[in-house]
Design a protein around this ligand. Structure first.
Ligand SMILES: Cc1cc2nc3c(=O)[nH]c(=O)nc-3n(C[C@H](O)[C@H](O)[C@H](O)COP(=O)(O)OP(=O)(O)OC[C@H]3O[C@@H](n4cnc5c(N)ncnc54)[C@H](O)[C@@H]3O)c2cc1C
Length: 731
């Protein structure tokens, strides 16, 4: 054994003889270690084609495949994604259409694609018996892989299969297990999730669909009093779902309303897709994006379902109509709540990271191959312009930092959910649930809004060609857009996170200890917060995680104080809690929750970077600092307003550091996006393919773009309606 290791060391030193300890040696070292079985074999990730992007690929200091693995966090997930992408690329059903298909056709194809994905059985059989966290992680990986290709299919799958089956496990009991099997294993059930009503979305308490228990038939009678109470926006309901998870006010025979409860409600005959009598179901029509999803509305007319269809883990109604609440097992109940509230939103954040990765990959590859201005013989690539770097690189840095954050956070979340679902003791479970809820409620807004802004910037950075459908930037942006609204409108969710933050601030301010088992606000009691002012004199002092994190602790503490003071002053005027909160939103509460989300992202991603292999840490740290300083730049007003900074130094040094980092990262960026990007088939962009042939300077100038122009249906034809528009006298 010792001898083998010595041989390895010797061969390594031979390897290094005569080779400069340079960028290239680091990259070759990775290939060498891979070939000796010392590192994971990444040959399943195809090499990139040679082309114009090589100019910038050759300047990278790291191996892009290693970075790809580091961002994925685990080789099995990466392998699964490539398996899915390779399989679907070979299947003509998943071929991309060069033109937007009619809405109904998009729905048909999306449903057929889902059926085909079910048949491919990407979830290995043994996974059904694996631990909750392993199983859920696999499901999330499949969802991410499919989302990069067709977001409508992944939304359909996420709502129709995963959200529903998770809800059956966490809200239902043994009697619902057969439905769980039929959803996740045999895929006979395709579900939907019906909460939103025409007149009430964010405020779920006032929803008016009722489920009244009738002891004479042992059934619940579901009823929609009027159109305002029709359930709407329900994904999969318009055309396809067989069941819905309905939230309705549960009313017992004595007339008592026990509030919103979940019910499993059959909607269509699975063999004919005909809706059952007693239901008015319709499709909502064309939307701005995700048109493969059949969002629908529904009205119930005294529609009866068996008593057993109540998801009864937390509360039940006996056969004779007595309401019973089973709060004897609070840890299970809270665990269920944790999962239901958070898992879907974590899924949205994972999907958002993938949309961002695709958008920045297209824009950076384009920037590296598109030239404008300069000498006729040697025009300048866009990526060389400082303005272009500043517009794009912060978003690339965000894509990397978000991936690291969400990957780590998902792991923590799944571990806690697994323990609590299995009935194991979780210390401070209720406090942990509240902290996770606050983290998710402000992170989902930060990520989804950031990705929306980035997608727009990437589109603009590709100029006119970015506006072509075949750039894929328009579809990425439009399909991502509703994430800021669904599963909790971003502004409303942020308010919930703010409630928790202010409660912890009040505890710390009164000399107590905040409830922060995950440690996200631990600094409130260790005195790190407010006792600092800006004193740096060089950008090097800023390009450092310690500076960024400690500044964020200051900023967060000050935002808590600033928001709390405003809220208290409104209460002192005699306003109710709700009124005071509403008067403290703008510039305070909302900024506070954004700053908290940025802090979480930075705090958790830096820990993740420290665990990555040494060869990747320098570039990851630069990306981290670029993200951290870019978001600090957005908070300069508060840093000055609160007295952390005075004079011009802070603003000047933050911005100088951002620009320096952009310049330092220029040679790395193409390889960073190679690590972020899915395969060319999945990326589906004429501007962003890995061969860089949007702009080959010589014989194949704009080859991919030309192919796209020339292959549009009817591209060279006279308009079929030409007769209608030419002067009739000439005909
Ligand atoms: C593509 C898509 C898919 C969807 N899928 C589903 C689904 O499958 N199932 C389902 O049940 N629902 C679904 N929804 C509905 C979605 O969950 C709701 O749209 C969302 O919860 C917001 O509710 P709302 O539309 O009624 O907006 P409202 O609650 O009316 O909010 C409108 C605006 O007012 C603001 N606002 C509201 N209250 C406050 C306040 N107190 N203070 C300040 N501002 C406030 C909000 O921020 C928002 O900007 C979907 C929506 C979309 C767009």
């Amino acid at each position: 054994m010792e001898r083998t290791e010595k041989r390895e060391r010797d061969s390594l030193s031979v390897y290094f003889t005569g080779v400069r300890r340079s960028r290239l040696s680091a990259i070759k070292l990775c290939s060498y270690l891979e070939s000796r079985g010392r590192m994971e074999d990444l040959s399943f990730v195809p090499d990139l084609p040679k082309g114009p992007l090589d100019v910038y690929r050759n300047t990278a200091s790291f191996n892009w495949k290693r970075l790809k693995l580091a961002l994925e966090g685990d080789i099995d997930s990466l392998k699964l994604k490539y398996k899915i992408w390779r399989t679907l690329e070979k299947d003509p059903l998943f071929a991309h259409s060069p033109v937007s298909l009619p809405v109904e056709e998009q729905k048909r194809i999306t449903q057929l694609q889902l059926k085909k994905i079910n048949e491919y059985k990407f979830i290995p059989k043994e996974m059904f018996n694996a631990s909750y966290s392993k199983r859920t992680r696999t499901i999330m990986t499949i969802n991410e892989a499919v989302q990069s290709l067709n977001p409508s299919v992944s939304v359909k799958m996420a709502i129709g299969i995963y959200l529903f089956s998770n809800a059956l496990l966490s809200l239902g009991t043994e009697r619902h297990l057969k439905f769980y099997e039929a959803t996740i294993k045999t895929r006979e059930i395709l579900a939907s999730f019906a909460l939103t009503e025409v007149a009430h979305g964010s405020d779920a308490r006032l929803m008016r669909t009722t489920a009244t228990y009738d002891p004479s038939t042992k059934e619940f009678v579901i009823h929609t009093p009027d159109f305002e109470a029709a359930k709407c926006w329900v994904g999969n309901l318009g055309r396809t779902c067989t069941h819905t998870l309905l939230f309705a006010q549960l009313i017992t025979p004595d007339g008592t309303n026990h509030g919103l409860h979940g019910f499993m409600v059959p909607i269509r005959n699975p063999d004919t897709l005909e809706t059952y009598p007693g239901l008015i179901v319709g499709d909502m029509g064309e939307k701005i994006g995700v048109n493969g999803i059949d969002n629908g509305f529904i009205m119930f007319n005294q529609y009866r379902i068996p008593r057993e269809n109540l998801l009864n883990r937390t509360a039940d109604v006996t056969e004779d109509g007595t309401y019973e609440s089973s709060f004897s097992e609070p840890s299970r109940i809270l665990g269920a709540a944790l999962e239901n509230l958070s898992a879907g939103r974590i899924g949205i954040m994972q999907e958002s990271c993938h949309s961002l990765s695709s958008a920045v990959s297209i824009a950076v590859r384009y920037a590296a191959s598109r030239t404008q201005f300069g000498d006729r013989q040697k025009e300048t690539p866009l990526i060389e312009y400082e303005l272009h770097q500043w517009r794009l690189f912060g978003h690339v840095a965000a894509a990397v930092v978000f991936r690291l954050y969400i990957e780590s956070f998902t792991k923590t979340y799944l571990e806690i959910a697994e323990k609590s679902n299995a009935g194991h003791r979780v210390d401070n479970l209720s406090e942990t649930v509240s902290e996770i809820h606050a983290m998710v409620s402000c992170s989902k807004p930060l990520l989804t809004w950031s990705v929306l802004r980035a997608a727009q910037q990437c589109r603009e950075a590709c100029g006119g060609h970015g506006y072509l459908k075949c750039s894929n930037l328009g579809d990425i942006r439009s399909n991502h857009e509703p994430t800021v609204t669904y599963e909790g409108d971003n502004n409303v969710l942020s308010q919930q996170a703010g409630n928790w933050l202010l409660r912890q601030y009040e505890a710390a301010r009164g000399g107590g200890v905040p409830d922060t088992p995950l440690g996200t606000l631990a600094f409130l009691t260790d005195g790190e917060g407010m006792n600092r002012t800006f004193s740096c004199t060089s950008t090097d002092q800023l390009k450092n995680p310690d500076f960024i994190l400690s500044t964020y602790k200051w900023l967060l503490t000050w935002m808590l104080k600033y928001t709390h003071e405003k809220n208290e002053s409104e209460l002192a005027k005699g306003l109710t809690k709700v009124q005071a909160r509403n008067r403290s939103q703008v510039y305070r509460w909302r900024t506070l929750t954004k700053v908290y989300a940025e802090y979480l992202t930075l705090m958790i991603s830096v820990e993740s970077i420290q665990r990555k292999e040494p060869g990747l840490r320098p570039v990851l740290m630069k990306l981290y600092c670029l993200y951290g300083l870019s978001v600090l730049d957005e908070n300069l007003v508060e840093l000055y307003q609160g007295g952390f900074a005075r004079g011009g130094d802070c603003a000047r040094l933050v911005r100088d550091a951002v620009l320096e980092l952009c310049a330092e990262l220029k040679g790395e960026m193409v390889s960073v996006v190679d690590a972020l990007a899915p395969t060319d088939f999945v990326l589906n962009s004429v501007l962003g393919s890995s061969d860089g042939k949007v702009n080959l300077h010589y014989e194949v100038l704009y080859q991919n773009l030309q192919k796209s122009f020339f292959s549009q249906p009817g591209v060279f034809e006279r308009a079929p309606w030409w007769r209608e528009v030419v002067p009739s006298s000439k005909l």
